[in-house]
Write a protein of this length. Sequence first.
Length: 193
Amino acid sequence: MRVLNLVPALTALLPLVHCIPSPKIPANHVPRAADNIELPTKNAPIAEGLMHGNFSMSAQNNTGVGIKAVLTYDHYCHDSTFENRVTAASPFVQDCRVLRENIDGSGLWTVNVFTQHRLASYRTCAFGVDANGGEGGKRSEFKVGNGDIRDIIATSIDRFHWRANDGIERVGSKGYMACADDGLMIEWGLYHT
């Protein structure tokens, strides 16, 4: 019986694994309880997801039964509207680019309704949200993902950047997007601190 040495062949293929394009999670995907994956019985989808960079895992105590992996997506909101609000008093484009880089990676913001919240800022550039509680004011909070904020900042810069008389590029915008399954509309703004 002849034994094959597969190590060199597998080692040669290993760099190709990292070149597999990562499937994209739709921007309008809202994670649900059904997205939770329990370990270890369903660990194959977790390993596949981590290999493709689809989600990150955070361990939490599951009342002594074991560890549960929780999917953390970048997007919690649906498509947004965009309105140009740039003026000579708007934030600097460069500051908004740094703000976008600073919130890179997975994460989410849980926000209470009925008041405006500045979620993130850098120098002259701030991103904030506001919501009224939805239909009948039943909802008390909503979630906004880092991916939602990054996409809004990038799209705003692409569409609305403007070079003022002082030579500094500025951007300002606002819009609306649904950030819950029940259609809760939130207003967001990219504005000067």
